[in-house]
Design a protein around this ligand. Structure first.
Ligand code: ATP
Ligand code: MG
Length: 439
C-alpha cells in the first residue's frame, strides 16, 4: 500500500537557487518530449509536475529538448514507445502516481524514473524505491547532480538491465537465482589511525570486484570520518544512515538501490554518513544486521573501520569471516598492533582469521620485516611498499589497482585479493563487458 505524503507546503523556493534561473525555461507543456542526444541509447527525458513553475524549472536544469507534462496520465497519452527517463516533481509523490510508476516499471524496462522531493523521509524513499523509482533527490537540487542522476538512469535503460552488469540483483527473482553461500565478510582494521586502512579497503574491494563473479560490496564503517566515497570519487545519494534507518522494513532488493556503483569496477559502495553526528545514531547490532542482508546477495563484503575499539567496530569484527589488520612499519604502530592482537585474542578472534598487511614496508624504513613478524608472531599476508602513487591515487580518487596497476603497491593488493577468492573462475579477471558498459 502506497502512503500519501503531504507536499502542500512545497514551493519553488525549496530548490537550490529558489528557481530563479537566469535563462527562461525551454520546455512547455505543449512541446512534445524530444530525444536528448546526450542520453545513452537515445533515451528521452520528460519532467512531470502539476505546478508549471516547478516543471519548467526542472526542465531548464536538464537542458534543451526536455519534455514537460502536468501529469503522468498526460505523459502516457503523449509519449509513444522508446526509452525515457521521467523526472517526477514533488506533486507526483501520491499513491496514484506511484501505482502508475510501479506498473510502468514492471511492464516496460525502457522507462526509468527519478523523484525530486522537497524533503526526503525514509517512508517516502522506501515507497518510491518499492514503486520502482530508480533514485530520489531532495532539495536543494544541484544541477550537476540532477543531470548525473538522469544520465545514470538512462544508462540502465534501452532494454539493458543493470543487474547482470553490476552483478547486483534488481528483483526478487534475481535474488533467488543468486541464492547460495552467504558472502565472505572482510573487515579492515588497525590499531593506529592513518596506517592505510582505507587505501587497503578500497584497493582490495576494487581488485575483488574485478575478479569476483558475484557482487562485491564495500561498506564505509568509519561512521564519523569515512573516506571511502572520496577515495573512489563517488557522489553518493545514500549512506549507511539511510540503510540503517530502514532496517526493520528493508530487504535485499531495496538495499541494493541504496548502493552506489563504482563505474570502473562494478563495485557497490555504501558510504559513511555525510555528517559525523549521525554516527551516534548507529549501533553495532544495526550494522551487523545490515551486513547480514548485504552478504545474502554479495560474494564479498569489505568493511573499512576506524582505529578504535567501540561497539560498532567490535560487533563488525566479531561478525566477520576475515580481519585484515593494517600496520605501518614503525615502532609505535608495531607496539599498537601487539596490543590490538591481544585484544582480538580476548574477543576470541582466531588467528586463522587474521591477515596482517605491513604498509609502507620497504628497506628505507630501517625496520626488518622478519623481525617485526617474529615480534608479532604472525606472518604478513602482504608487504605494501611506500610509494608516491598512493597519495596521487588518493587525490585523484582512483585506486592504485586501477591507476598504477604495474606498481608494487597494486601487485601487493592484487595478491591480497587472491587470498579471498575461491575457484579458478573467479581468479581470472572478468572480461570487461561491464566496465565497457559503465566506462
Ligand atoms: N603505501 C603507501 N605509500 C605512500 N603513502 C601511503 C601508503 N599507504 C597510505 N598512504 C598515505 O597515508 C594516508 C592515510 O591512509 P588511509 O587514509 O588509508 O589511512 P587510514 O588508516 O584509513 O586512516 P584513518 O585511521 O584516518 O581512517 C593516505 O592519504 C595515503 O596518502
Ligand atoms: Mg580510513
Amino acid at each position: 500500500m502506497v502512503e500519501e505524503h503531504d507536499f502542500s507546503t512545497f514551493t519553488l523556493d525549496d530548490f537550490g537557487d529558489g528557481g530563479h534561473g537566469s535563462e527562461p525555461a525551454t520546455a512547455t507543456a505543449d512541446a512534445p518530449p524530444a530525444v536528448d542526444p546526450r542520453m545513452p541509447g537515445g533515451a528521452a527525458i520528460a519532467v512531470v509536475d502539476a505546478d508549471q513553475a516547478v516543471r519548467d524549472y526542472l526542465a531548464q536544469q536538464l537542458g534543451e529538448g526536455v519534455g514537460a507534462e502536468p501529469s503522468l496520465v498526460e505523459l502516457e497519452q503523449r509519449f509513444g514507445m522508446g526509452p525515457i527517463v521521467v523526472v517526477l516533481g514533488p506533486s507526483c509523490a501520491t499513491p496514484t502516481d506511484f501505482a502508475m510508476i510501479e506498473r510502468w516499471s514492471r511492464t516496460n524496462p525502457e522507462v526509468g524514473s527519478v523523484l525530486v522531493t522537497s524533503e526526503l523521509t525514509t517512508e517516502l524513499l522506501q515507497t518510491a524505491l518499492r514503486a520502482g523509482v530508480k533514485d530520489v533527490l531532495s532539495a536543494p537540487i544541484d544541477q550537476m547532480q540532477l543531470v548525473d542522476t538522469v544520465g545514470r538512469v538512462a544508462d540502465g535503460l534501452s532494454g539493458v538491465p543493470i543487474a547482470p552488469t553490476t552483478g547486483a540483483p534488481t528483483s526478487l527473482d534475481d535474488l533467488e537465482a543468486m541464492e547460495g553461500e552467504p558472502g565472505k565478510v572482510i573487515t579492515v582494521f588497525s590499531t593506529k589511525g592513518g596506517s592505510g586502512k582505507s587505501v587497503t579497503a578500497t584497493n582490495l574491494a576494487c581488485a575483488l570486484a574485478r575478479r569476483s563473479t558475484r557482487p562485491v560490496v564495500l561498506i564505509d564503517g568509519h561512521l564519523q570520518f569515512g573516506d571511502v566515497a572520496v577515495m573512489l570519487q563517488l557522489a553518493p545519494q545514500h549512506t549507511v544512515v539511510d540503510a540503517v534507518s530502514q532496517m526493520d522494513k528493508i530487504d535485499a532488493v531495496l538495499l541494493k538501490d541504496l548502493l552506489t556503483v563504482h563505474s570502473d569496477t562494478g563495485l557497490l559502495v555504501l558510504p559513511a554518513p555525510l555528517e559525523p553526528t549521525f554516527a551516534d545514531q548507529i549501533g553495532g547490532d544495526q550494522m551487523r544486521a545490515l551486513v547480514e542482508i548485504i552478504r545474502s546477495f554479495a560474494g564479498h563484503v569489505i568493511i573499512d573501520l576506524p582505529a578504535i575499539f567501540n561497539d560498532v567496530v567490535l560487533s563488525l569484527i566479531e561478525g566477520s569471516d576475515e580481519v585484515v589488520l593494517v600496520a605501518g612499519l614503525d615502532i609505535p604502530n608495531i607496539k599498537n598492533v601487539k596490543i590490538g592482537l591481544s585484544t582480538l585474542a580476548l574477543l576470541n578472534v582466531p588467528k586463522e582469521k587474521l591477515h596482517l598487511v605491513l604498509n609502507r614496508a620497504d628497506s628505507r624504513v630501517k625496520l626488518d620485516v622478519g623481525e617485526v613478524e617474529k615480534t608479532l608472531q604472525i606472518r604478513a599476508a602482504a608487504h605494501v611498499p611506500s610509494d608516491v602513487v598512493v597519495p596521487i591515487s588518493v587525490n585523484r580518487g582512483e585506486p592504485v589497482v586501477l591507476s598504477a596497476a604495474k606498481s608494487g603497491v597494486a601487485q601487493a593488493f592484487e595478491q591480497l585479493a587472491l587470498r579471498f577468492l575461491d575457484g579458478a573462475a573467479e581468479v581470472q579477471e572478468k572480461s570487461s563487458s561491464r566496465r565497457r558498459f559503465f566506462g
